[in-house]
Each structure stands twice: as structure tokens, then as C-alpha cells.
Ligand binder design. Structure first.
Ligand SMILES: [Zn+2]
Length: 418
């Protein structure tokens, strides 16, 4: 189709068919099993990308990529996945994945039975000694708790190194928190919650289907709304939509707070500005690949589809589902003027109990923008919902306590920012 015809059609479409999207229903959909935790099994992330692009189009946002009229920006990376069976029996007890145990994100595959061998901390630090006395029918098991300082982290690093040579079972006494990895060990690495072990474990029956996908293609989804005036600067709202995906057939991580909620805030804001307009060009960026290392936003900053110098301010939204205890603005100490504006509006609107400020941190998708000299905040909510990177981070566990108030705060911020 000729470009100008397409632009006219786009314009007609966006004026006549723009539609307000219910942000709660949108959040619930993103959290559903249909999207497999928006990760890497069954193309969950790509299915979510399609759904978000469709939603942007329904609201009436224009696609960012004018050369091919697409909302998508593709990029790729390796990722370790668990597409099949994940099961663990310790002695006579069958353990539940996601509740009693996790597979380390870099775990290798395994099928079979293993005897368990405990080692002392000093033996663990002497890898050669451990390996010299090893036989193939054993897994190393280690209680990694009760140590001071950063010893637990250090021990985990030793165990992870060993997983290139032997099967590992790490026992922890803290909450199980999952993540996602770009690499795969040669052997399985299982993390078991101590409270489910009744006596000293002697053997395991283990099945882990792990597959390293060397080139996974993911997609940022980006829509925009032109300003009501010409020659306007640009304001960016960003949120990652990816999460951790599936850990086997039975378990997926819904990522309600992290970050279906932030993606829903893009929808809330887009609904408003589509109807009321803005003095800034507004770009809504839904990033992929955040959980695996901020890869989507890093790719955008290296391959920008808009001039980064035109961005007046960026607001990255991650964990928007609570807010009982207010919000934090990362980079709040860096951009004092904008932080004071946010506080002033908050005071006037009586929106949130507190807005805290923090220095720069590489903890979400604002980071590479900050590095590239784009001013911006990363805003997250604080509250009693502590479900994080676990199977309980569900839609049902979101309070949305401050959601609309934050949305209104950001709308006023956009209107008042010079
Ligand atoms: Zn997140």
C-alpha cells in the first residue's frame, strides 16, 4: 500500500475507532495462563507482544515504526527454558514445583535417580577435593543458610561453578525467588525449601527438561501520540511486559505486580491522552527482555526509533500494583526540579502518603536511558504485597491501591512539566 494512503487510513481508524481499554481487565489478561508468564516457553512473550500491540491500536496509538508501520522492534538473545517435565521426589516425598522447589534458571536437564552427598563448607571451597571423590550416581547437597555477611551468595557462586561438573541440590530457608538466564549448566541445579524436608534426605528422583534456545527473538512494542502543537518535545512512558515464563508443564509465573501492572499503567495513560491530547509527543514503550538483563531497553537505546535528544523526560513504570506505602522515584536525587514538581502535585492532589527519592540504580528499563543522558525517573510502588518473582505474584494479589492516583499524578506531571 502507498505510504500516504496508509497514513490517511491510520488517521481515520484512530479517530473513529479509538476505544478506552479497561486497565484491570488488561492486567488480568496479561497474567493469565494464555500468555504463559510472558516468557520463553510456548512463545508467551510474543503472544503478549501481539496482545499489547492490538491494545495500543484499539486505543488509537500510532505505530512507532513509520517505515514498516509496525509497533514492533525485534531483537534477540539466548535463553535457557524449561518447556517439558519438571519433577522432584526426595526419598518418598513428591515435591511441588514453584512451592517446594525451584530449578535454577541456568540448570541443565536430567532424568534419573541420584544418591545425595552432603559436603562441609571447607570441602566445598576445595573443588578439586570434592570432584576427586565423586561418582556419577551422586548429587551434591548443601544447606546454604545460617551464614553471616555475603557468605550465602559466595557459596551459591561455588555451587553454580560446580554445576558444570556434577548435579547440585541447594537447600535454602528463605522465600523461593526465581529468575531467567542466558546460559545453561551441564548438570541440574535444584533449589529446595528447607521447611519441606522432614529428615536428612538420602536420595532423589529427578526429571528436568531444560533447553537452551540460542537465538530467541523478542519484541519491544511501541506506540505514540503526536502532540497537539507542532515542534513539541517528547515524553516517554515505559514499562517492561516480559516476565519469567514457565518452569515446566505445571508452573508459570504470572508477573502481576512485575510488571503486568506497569504495562497497564501505559494503557491507563494512553486512554487519557488519546482523549485529551498533550503538549508533548507521547511515546509508550512496552519493553521485552527486562528480566533477563534489561535487554529490550538496552537494544532500544542502542537502536533508537526516535531521537533520544528529543526526549524531555522518561518515566519508567515497574511494580505499579500496590502503593499503600507510597512510591519511590529512582533518579529522584539526580533530577531535583522534576522531583520537586512531582512532590508539589502530590501535595495538591493528596494522592500518595509519600514519594521517596533514590539515586541512580540499574534496576529497571530507565537505566540505559540514564546512561545515554536521557533524563528520567523509574517509579515503583511500595506496600504489603511482597510476592516477587514467585508464583504468587498474581492478578488476584494486586490491590491497585494507588494505581489511579499515580496515573492522575503522572497526567498532571505531563501537563505541568516545562
Ligand atoms: Zn520488573
Amino acid at each position: 500500500m502507498h505510504k500516504s494512503v496508509w497514513i490517511v487510513l491510520c488517521a481515520i481508524y484512530s479517530f473513529s475507532f479509538s476505544q478506552k481499554i479497561d486497565y484491570k481487565k488488561f492486567t488480568e489478561a496479561l497474567c493469565s495462563s494464555e500468555f504463559h508468564g510472558r516468557g520463553y516457553v510456548n512463545q508467551g512473550d510474543s503472544l503478549a507482544a501481539n496482545y499489547i500491540a492490538q491494545t495500543f491500536s484499539q486505543i488509537g496509538l500510532l505505530p512507532i515504526n513509520q517505515s514498516n508501520y509496525s509497533y514492533f522492534q525485534n531483537f534477540s538473545f539466548p535463553v535457557n527454558t524449561f518447556p517439558g517435565e519438571v519433577s522432584l521426589q526426595i526419598d518418598s516425598s513428591i515435591l511441588l514445583p514453584g512451592i517446594h522447589f525451584l530449578v535454577d534458571p541456568s540448570s541443565g536437564e536430567y532424568t534419573g535417580n541420584l544418591k545425595l552427598k552432603f559436603v562441609s563448607t571447607s570441602d566445598l571451597y576445595n573443588q578439586r577435593c570434592v570432584l576427586n571423590n565423586w561418582t556419577d550416581d551422586h548429587a551434591l547437597i548443601f544447606r546454604n543458610y545460617g551464614f553471616g555477611g555475603d557468605t550465602v551468595t559466595k557459596i551459591r557462586q561455588y555451587l553454580q561453578q560446580l554445576a558444570s561438573k556434577i548435579p547440585i541440590i541447594e537447600i535454602v530457608n528463605t522465600k523461593l525467588t526465581w529468575s531467567v538466564s542466558q546460559k545453561k549448566y551441564s548438570y541440574p541445579y535444584i533449589i529446595v525449601q528447607d521447611s519441606v524436608l522432614k529428615e536428612t534426605p538420602k536420595s532423589v528422583s529427578l526429571k528436568v527438561d531444560a533447553q537452551l534456545v540460542p537465538v530467541h527473538t523478542a519484541r519491544n512494542v511501541i506506540g505514540y501520540l503526536p502532540a497537539t502543537k507542532k515542534n513539541a518535545k517528547t515524553l516517554v512512558f515505559s514499562a517492561h511486559y516480559d516476565h519469567l515464563g514457565r518452569m515446566g508443564n505445571d508452573v508459570y509465573f504470572p508477573g502481576g505486580n512485575d510488571n503486568a501492572s506497569g504495562t497497564a499503567m501505559l494503557v491507563f495513560l494512553a486512554n487519557y491522552f488519546k482523549k485529551h491530547g498533550s503538549k508533548y509527543n507521547l511515546v509508550f514503550m512496552a519493553f521485552a527482555g527486562e528480566e533477563i538483563g534489561l535487554l529490550g531497553s538496552q537494544y532500544f537505546v542502542s537502536n533508537p526509533l526516535i531521537n533520544l535528544k528529543d526526549i524531555r523526560f522518561l518515566i519508567n513504570l515497574d511494580i505499579m500494583g500496590s502503593g499503600e506505602d507510597g512510591i519511590t522515584a529512582v533518579n529522584g536525587t539526580l533530577f531535583e526540579k522534576e522531583f520537586l514538581l512531582l512532590q508539589k502535585i502530590n501535595k495538591k492532589q493528596k494522592a500518595l502518603p509519600i514519594i521517596k527519592k533514590r539515586g541512580p540504580a540499574a534496576n529497571s528499563d530507565h537505566f540505559y536511558f540514564t546512561q545515554a543522558g536521557v533524563p528520567g525517573f523509574f517509579i515503583y510502588t511500595m506496600g504489603p504485597n511482597k510476592n516477587y518473582h514467585d508464583i504468587n505474584d498474581t492478578y488476584e494479589n494486586l490491590s491497585f491501591k494507588a494505581f489511579e492516583k499515580i496515573g492522575e499524578l503522572l497526567i498532571a506531571f505531563t501537563q505541568k512539566l516545562n
